[in-house]
Structures are given as C-alpha cells and as structure tokens.
Design a binder for this molecule. Sequence first.
Ligand SMILES: N[C@@H](CCC(=O)N[C@@H](CS)C(=O)NCC(=O)O)C(=O)O
Length: 222
Amino acid sequence: MIASLHRLYSFRRCPYAMRARLGILFAGLQVELREISLKNKPSQMLAISPKGTVPVLQLIDGRVIEESQGIMLWALQQQDPQGLLDTSVLQQAKALIEKNDNAFKPWLDRYKYADRHLEMTQLEYRQGGEVFLQALEALLANKPFLLGSKASVADIGIMPFIRQFASVDKGVFYNLPYPNLQQWLENWLEHPLFLQAMTKFTPWLAGDSTVTFPLSKDLNFT
Ligand SMILES: N[C@@H](CCC(=O)N[C@@H](CS)C(=O)NCC(=O)O)C(=O)O
C-alpha cells in the first residue's frame, strides 16, 4: 500500500512537463503520476488548475503548483543532493530559464510549426531561435554545464526545449556551428535521469490504481 503522495499531472512529450519530471528525479522524490492526453484533459486536473496546462503538481496539503518552473524549484527545495540550486548560480539560472521561456520558446514554436505562421519563413524562425542557441554555445565554451562544472537547474530547465529545437530537423541542427551545445544536448539525451524522465505511461483514467513516478523499481538510493 502506497502512502499518500504528491500528485503530478504530466504529458510525456511536453518540454515543460519534462523539466518538472527532471526536477523530481534530481531531487530524489517520488510522486503519484497521472499521465494525461492534451486532447482529453481529466476533469480532476481542470478542477484544481482551470488553465489546463501541464505540468500541475497537487501537494498532499492541497496546494497546487501549476507552473513548470515552480514545480522544478519546489522539488529541489525539498532535497537537492546534487546541488542544482547552488546559490552561487541560482539567480543566473532563473534569468536564463526566463529567457528560454519568454524569448526563445516563441521562436521555437514558430520554427516547429512554420506552416501555421506564414508571416516569416522557417529559416527566419530558426535564425530567431539561434540567438539563444548562440548565447548557450558561448556559456558552454569552457565548461560542461551552462553555469559551471556541475549541472544546475538551468540545464534541466532548458534542455527539453533545445531537444525540441533539434528534433525539428536533426540534420540541420547538427550542422549548425554550435559544437559545445550539440555535445551538451547529446550528453543530456543519454543521461540516466533523462531516460527515466521519458518512461512511457498510459493516460490515467479515474479508478486506475496509483502509478508512481519514478516507478518504485527505478527509485535511486544514491
Ligand atoms: N507556463 C506553463 C506552460 C505549460 C504548457 O504550455 N504546457 C503545454 C504542453 S507542452 C500545455 O499544457 N498546453 C495546453 C494544451 O495544449 O491544451 C508552464 O511553465 O508550466
């Protein structure tokens, strides 16, 4: 019998939900997972978060965190064995995540769905997004992670979006002059906690038995 757990509404392919799941994994927490389908959002999720986006975390005490950054930070504030919230880089990390969400993401969406945004060409959208890629490339010039020699919340908060940018056209991405960023992305794609964050779950239906994330067999005791 599983004691009461915080409950995460998530969608596997959503980059915002990925950063929330990465936060939970790096914190070494376990939550109840409700995988959703964006086309058929559960009424239980909409009741606690009417804006209808994932991820949403419902805490045991009833509080609801309905922004991915908030979930990531909350998880790592509970425990942070790898120091992703290192105070020496935290403000810089938050600023970089804001840039990702507010400046880069709109270019990414238009690059990905250029056929729905005919005001500019796909190349122009890609180049708009590359301004952020260039900034990341410069940060990675002399260190393995965005803000130093170890991972910070900036890496896990931004990585899912760079993955999505690369996936629009991998041939194009890997031919861009950003070798440090390409290597950084490759390293993250192979990271055991990222692989764990991408575990497949079938969408939750009322009455299903509790599913945990990570699955108990995958819990890390390191
Ligand atoms: N600002 C939100 C954005 C989350 C978001 O936009 N998630 C997308 C999926 S990637 C979503 O749920 N969209 C609602 C929909 O497509 O109906 C956050 O950081 O959590």
